[in-house]
Write a protein that binds this ligand. Structure first.
Ligand code: FES
Length: 145
């Protein structure tokens, strides 16, 4: 039911961890399943995402999509990262079962939340970026369990 790429990223996720003093961090959750994803970004002065890490407390598809999402945004500039949709993440993983499509949305939302945090901290506007709906502040995770 899962593609080989999904299984591979689930078994051997890339960029797991956290970044101390990140340029932006975004935490999002799915209230229905209770899964949480946090993405940290280190963005340089020219707007390039030079490092990215994630922590995901969630299902296998959420882990695999986080892993792939971090691979896709690494080295990109913020505008390019903004264009990485959940569909792009799924395509890069050779698809997800229909019941797991919502898991990939967390990856897209976490990227947006991290970019929003970066933009807010630096007082800049990233064209096309909207305030994330399900951003969760540090320490609020318990509330959605
Ligand atoms: Fe919740 Fe996959 S079941 S993110």
């Amino acid at each position: 039911m899962y593609s080989e790429k999904v299984m591979e990223h689930f078994s051997n996720p890339r960029n797991v961890g956290e970044i101390v003093n990140p340029s932006g961090v975004g935490t999002v959750g799915n209230a229905k399943c209770g899964d949480i994803m946090r993405i940290y970004m280190d963005i340089n002065e020219t707007g390039i995402i030079q490092d990215v890490k994630f922590k995901t407390f969630g299902c296998g598809a959420a882990v695999a999509t986080s892993s792939m999402a971090t691979e896709l945004v690494k080295g990109k500039n913020v505008q390019e990262a903004l264009k990485i949709t959940n569909k792009a993440v799924m395509d890069a993983l050779d698809g997800l079962p229909a019941v797991k499509v919502h898991c990939s949305l967390l990856a897209e939302e976490a990227i947006h939340a991290a970019l929003w945090d970066y933009a807010t901290k630096n007082n800049i506007v990233i064209e096309g970026l909207e305030k994330p709906k399900s951003d969760i502040s540090e320490g609020e995770e318990e509330e959605i369990y």
